[in-house]
Design a protein around this ligand. Structure first.
Ligand SMILES: [Zn+2]
Length: 233
């Protein structure tokens, strides 16, 4: 009987460990991993949109450069005509000169716009580079965390499986009638087997009458107060 009760006590400890292991498994959080993945996706979308925007801006810059080149060439041709003395009509000379001045003002304005455009491109390119570095770091972190969570889950599963196996093996050694009582009691009471130490029930901390303990040899004893199966040592 004592051996049987000892095994029940051991089973009780194992089952508690099993519940604790299951609780730890439930606490393994995937929220952080999911959140990080959302950040990765959002940042990747931002980078893609910025790249597209940059391509458009660079195209506009190239267009402005082409326009500038052609205007500058046209202005140069007009000036050449003036300097070479190809035009003799005073009125026409004035007209061409005015035209050249207007062109030069236009060119200067367009040059400023072109420089501003190039600076905008550079700023956006720098932002993209920063975001890409950030994205890589986040991707790495996500992979690490995901691996960590997977390892934790695997460790937890192995621990649970081990405990379950030990519980099964131990329960198989306990007499079926006693195991049934233990299970029934466990439905109402946590830790239904209580060790008696110094004449006190380990479940409810009440003293067990010495007379009751004395007649316990070879019989199943219950605590009068809490109803637990008593394991007298
Ligand atoms: Zn008790």
């Amino acid at each position: 009987m004592k051996d049987q009760l000892g095994m029940l006590g051991e089973l009780q400890v194992l089952e508690r460990q099993k519940r604790e292991a299951a609780g730890r498994k439930e606490k393994i959080s995937v929220d952080e991993v999911r959140l990080l993945w959302q950040e990765v996706r959002l940042l990747a979308q931002t980078v893609a949109a910025d790249r597209e925007k940059l391509a458009g801006m660079e195209k506009a810059c190239a267009g402005r450069e082409d326009e500038l080149t052609s205007l500058t060439r046209h202005c140069g041709e007009l000036e050449q005509r003036l300097y070479r003395g190809e035009i003799t009509n005073i009125k026409e000379i004035e007209q061409v000169r005015t035209r050249c001045e207007a062109l030069r003002r236009d060119i200067a304005r367009r040059e400023n716009a072109a420089v501003a455009g190039i600076e905008d491109c550079e700023r956006l390119a720098a932002k993209i580079a920063g975001d890409e570095a950030n994205l890589q770091a986040k991707r790495r972190l996500h992979a690490e965390k995901q691996q960590h969570v997977a390892q934790e889950a695997a460790r937890s599963d192995a621990e649970l499986a081990g405990l379950e196996e030990r519980c099964r093996a131990l329960a198989a050694k306990v007499e079926p009638a006693l195991l049934r009582q233990f299970r029934e009691l466990a439905r109402k009471l946590p830790q239904p087997v209580a060790r008696v130490t110094g004449g006190v029930c380990g479940g409810c901390r009440r003293s067990i009458p010495t007379g009751q303990l004395a007649q316990g040899e070879g019989r199943l004893l219950y605590c009068d107060n809490c109803g637990r199966i008593l394991l007298v040592e």
